[in-house]
Design a protein around this ligand. Structure first.
Ligand code: KE4
Length: 436
């Protein structure tokens, strides 16, 4: 794609109209491009590995709706499944065979998942899992990692406090200090930091919730032994281990990171891929814990559209395609080709960078690295990332509009897409460097 010849006039008009009606002109903040400058593209359609904006420009897509579209856009089996379900009725608010089938698929794929509850988002999944953990342990405090994101429930919007004894402070107005003070913050990949929290608050911590592969500070894999150590520390402290696999679930492996690394949490949160682009979240785990969830037990959680037939149909169709032999090998080969290609481009250009990948989620940090936690990630040159992001858009490549997100490869990407992306990256980087 020739650089600089892309008109985005209609996107700009659309965004101005949207801003008059919706905060920031978006329905989720990161979409507004505030971290990278410029105005967001208004997209009109997606097909396989590409999206098209309202000006008719096509882009190779590595956002994939922030993870769900592991099959690419408008996969025919997903379209057919949702269409078929819609013809039978969009929602009943009653049990259906399809939601039981999805529940069975999830339980069979994740050994730690003995029972599961379907919800509508990752936020609901994480919020509900922590309510259950507090009920089961009778404890109020929870631990999250600095740079970990688990949706926007009040108690989880807590600024990185890091440090062993720091009580969380709200990351957003509107969150009562009392809520945030029940959230402690640990450094990711640091067992001593977590151990320090358990020693500082003996018998008071209900759960430690973490992304087993951090994906919201860029992609930061667990260092060797970290997840096993976390498992032992939580067990020894009588706290529950909650893996937030909303992003990693069925992304990094069939099942997710807990299968890839062989560490079994007490509770798991899921979302994104299991809904195939429609709203599905889930939380589940040990049967004795899930028996506490209403209506079987006293822990209340509900949802009008939970287990919705359309969303469940999209999820089942997506998991069906992913379950076929060779799917994850293909995702790994394409993703390695991209990651290594980008590494070579940055090396050739002499631009300091640190490249991470787990399965088909990957990240290019604009820092020499290594990056093992939030401090390492935020050492990146976010301004240079932003310039590269904009130059890549002009080259026809749609990356995440923030250094602190993941890039996602889908089964719809081809080697030719990957190679075109690497070539575009070299041109984009050259322009960034020459103009800086
Ligand atoms: P949702 O409520 O957005 O479905 O899920 C929240 C969530 C929970 N846990 C993890 C590990 C997540 O990554 C997310 C959502 N991810 C963000 C971006 N990485 C979604 C994009 C957005 O917020 O618009």
């Amino acid at each position: 794609m020739a650089a600089g010849l892309r008109s985005t006039a209609r996107s700009r008009e659309a965004h101005q109209a949207a801003r008059r009606l919706m905060p920031g002109g978006v329905n989720s903040p990161v979409r507004a491009f505030h971290a990278v400058g410029g105005e967001p593209l208004t997209l009109e359609s997606g097909f396989e590995a590409r999206v098209r904006d309202v000006d008719g420009n096509d882009y190779i897509d590595y956002v994939g709706s922030w993870g769900p579209l592991i099959l690419g856009h408008a996969h025919p089996e997903v379209v057919e499944a949702v269409t078929r379900a819609l013809r039978l009725g969009s929602s009943f608010g009653a049990p259906t065979l399809a939601e039981t089938a999805l529940a069975r698929r999830l339980v069979e794929a994740l050994p730690s998942l003995e029972r599961v509850r379907l919800v509508n988002s990752g936020t609901e999944a994480a919020m509900s899992a922590l309510r259950l953990a507090r009920a089961a342990t009778g404890r109020d405090l929870v631990v999250k990692c600095a740079g970990g994101y688990h949706g926007h429930a009040d108690g989880l919007l807590v600024r990185a406090g890091s440090g062993a004894t720091t009580l969380g402070t709200p990351d957003s107005p509107g969150v009562p200090a009392a809520y945030a003070s029940c959230t402690l913050v640990a450094r990711y990949n640091d067992l001593d930091d977590l151990d320090g929290l358990f020693r500082a608050y003996p018998g008071r911590i209900a759960a430690f919730i973490l992304e087993p592969v951090a994906g919201n500070m860029g992609v930061v894999p667990p260092v060797r032994g970290y997840l096993e150590g976390v498992r032992e520390l939580t067990r020894g402290a009588g706290a529950l281990l909650v893996f937030d696999e909303v992003m990693t679930g069925f992304r990094v492996a069939w099942g997710g990171a807990q299968v890839l690394y062989g560490v079994a949490p007490d509770l798991t949160c899921l979302g994104k891929v299991i809904g195939g682009g429609l709203p599905v979240g889930a939380y589940g785990g040990r049967a004795d814990l899930m028996a506490r969830v209403a209506p079987e037990g006293p822990v209340y959680q509900a949802g009008t559209l939970s287990g919705n037939p359309l969303a469940v149909a999209a999820g089942l169709a997506t998991l069906e395609v992913l379950s076929r032999p060779g799917a994850y090998e293909r995702l790994g080969l394409l993703s390695e080709r991209l990651s290594e290609g980008l590494r070579g481009v940055f090396l050739e250009a002499g631009v300091p960078s640190y490249h991470t990948r787990v399965g088909s989620m990957l990240c290019t940090f604009f820092t020499p690295g290594p990056v093992a936690d939030y401090d390492g990630a935020t050492a990146s040159d976010a301004a240079l990332y932003a310039a590269w992001f904009r130059a890549m858009l002009e080259e026809g490549v749609y990356l995440a509009p923030s250094q602190y997100e993941a890039a996602f490869v889908s089964l719809a990407h081809r080697e030719s897409d990957i190679d075109a992306t690497v070539e575009a990256a070299a041109r984009a980087l050259a322009r960034c460097v020459s103009s800086s």
